[in-house]
Design a protein around this ligand. Structure first.
Ligand code: SF4
Ligand code: SF4
Ligand code: SF4
Length: 451
């Protein structure tokens, strides 16, 4: 008989939180998945199949029977036991939940069922443990960045990695940087000229995520510099991983512990301050996923979630309030923009497009595609790589057609996937604003005065 406590504790050990609060344990989180679930929405399914026509994975492979089947239909029967393993082919992109007219939490059901499956399995693949340790990877790779990058670009090494660890030889890998964001912050000289008097808008907390701390350092720097340029005092506390990769791999204990620890670190920077994140997916984890999917009920998460805002959303809201300086230089370019699924799930519209189109001469073509296929760590896996490439294929075509030199997307792993698979340099929207404020060039384009 399936004993959820025993299995979850064996394979996904809980970690205690600090400050007298206990992190919801791996066992408790899987208990949520097994019994509470998004099950309340289950019986609202009217079998319209809209979710099936929208699911990007079902469209490209017969290995996945689709959201309706593995979601509400299967959930009626599994009740925490004997999960159909085809559920592992769900990428957690969330498209099905967004399109369901009945409000069935299909993607959430699938995610929770995957956690139950992990708890039932005798072992979690080493690969899934490794690829969820982003901070550790950053710490190890940064001091040996040239060597680490050369190794990850070396075909024989990648073939060995594929055979031993199960990460596909052609999958996009993070690019190590010679200096972490923390290193840059320690050594940098602040810009003296700002558009709005330095610090006059008061303090905000910057949440960069683990990728932004080690691999996407340039994006983090540009985000900080833009925020400072428009008058904020940017506080960057020591911070770890939000646990999203672990959550999407069904490792709820590890993910729950990580997100609570992160909330404690962000709160230490100031209890009432707005938290701005340059990673759309990590922001989503804090805003709703940790609570809604894993049932994390720590008070510190409840305090942090409503204070967390995605960077483009923050700047768009500032603009709506008439407080975003418009002293932009001109950038004559047309680019494709892909909105990551993690952002679409936050019901904020597409603030990045609204912001970029404020820049004179800059035109944005929304990709109109559901998914790039990577879905965090999904597209890295040997057995999922071809599926992920097929899912992303139409997007890569759009990106190349619109501009072969530059594309824009908000989330790290999606950028790596788009850039590697389309061959087009792909940047965070903040790069466009940074250049438009005259703080940098944009992928070789020199912004001009706007007369
Ligand atoms: S879209 Fe919603 S209601 Fe329609 S089949 Fe899918 S889960 Fe059921
Ligand atoms: S989350 Fe995405 S991949 Fe999974 S069933 Fe829904 S639409 Fe399909
Ligand atoms: S772009 Fe990335 S975040 Fe997106 S829909 Fe695709 S996998 Fe999901």
């Amino acid at each position: 008989m399936f004993d959820v406590d025993t299995l979850a504790q064996r394979w996904d050990l809980p970690l205690p939180g600090k400050g007298g609060e206990r992190v919801r344990s791996g066992a408790a989180a899987v208990e949520t998945a097994a019994h509470a679930l998004a099950r309340a929405s289950l019986d609202c399914c009217v079998k319209c199949t809209i979710c099936e026509t929208a699911c990007p994975v079902m469209e490209v492979t017969e290995l996945f029977p689709g959201p309706k089947f593995v979601g509400p239909q299967a959930e009626r029967y599994r009740n925490g036991e004997s999960v159909d393993h085809s559920i592992d082919y769900c990428s957690s992109c969330g498209t099905c939940t967004r399109v369901c007219p009945q409000g069935v939490k299909i993607a959430e059901l699938n995610n929770q069922a995957r956690a139950v499956m992990r708890a039932q399995n005798r072992a979690v693949p080493v690969r899934d443990r490794l690829i969820t340790q982003t901070t550790l990877m950053g710490r190890v790779m940064t001091p040996i960045a040239p060597l680490a990058n050369a190794a990850l670009a070396n075909k024989p090494i990648r073939v060995v990695m594929e055979k031993t660890v199960g990460v596909h030889r052609d999958a996009p890998m993070p690019h190590a940087q010679p200096q972490s964001l923390a290193g840059w912050l320690r050594r940098r000289t602040k810009r003296t000229h700002t558009l709005v008097p330095a610090g006059s808008r008061g303090p905000i907390v910057f949440f960069h995520g683990c990728a932004g701390g080690y691999f996407e350092v340039e994006t983090s720097k540009r985000a900080i510099e833009v925020l400072e340029h428009i008058g904020y005092e940017v506080i960057v506390p020591k911070q770890g991983c939000c646990g999203l990769a672990a959550q999407s791999n069904g490792l709820y204990g590890q993910a729950s512990a990580a997100v609570v620890r992160l909330c404690e670190q962000l709160t230490a920077a100031g209890k009432d301050l707005t938290i701005v994140s340059s990673s759309g997916s990590c922001a989503g984890m804090l805003k709703h996923e940790a609570h809604e999917i894993m049932g994390v009920d720590a008070q510190v998460l409840a305090d942090v979630a409503p204070r967390t805002v995605e960077l483009s959303e923050f700047l768009r809201d500032l603009d709506d309030a008439g407080e975003l300086p418009h002293r932009f230089r001109r950038i004559d370019a047309t680019v494709a923009y892909h909105a990551p699924c993690q952002l679409k799930g936050q019901n904020m519209g597409m603030p990045a497009i609204e912001l970029m189109e404020l820049v004179p001469g800059f035109h944005v073509v929304e990709s109109g595609r559901a998914c790039c296929g990577i879905a965090g760590t999904y597209g890295l896996k040997r057995e999922k790589y071809e599926v992920a490439q097929a899912v992303g294929g139409p997007l890569f075509d759009v990106v190349r057609e619109v501009n072969p030199n530059l594309a824009v997307c908000d989330t790290e792993t999606c950028r790596w996937q788009i850039e590697q698979s389309s061959g087009v340099k792909t940047v965070h929207p903040i790069w466009v604003l940074h250049a438009a404020y005259g703080l940098s060039r944009l992928a070789g384009i020199e912004p001009r005065p706007n007369h």
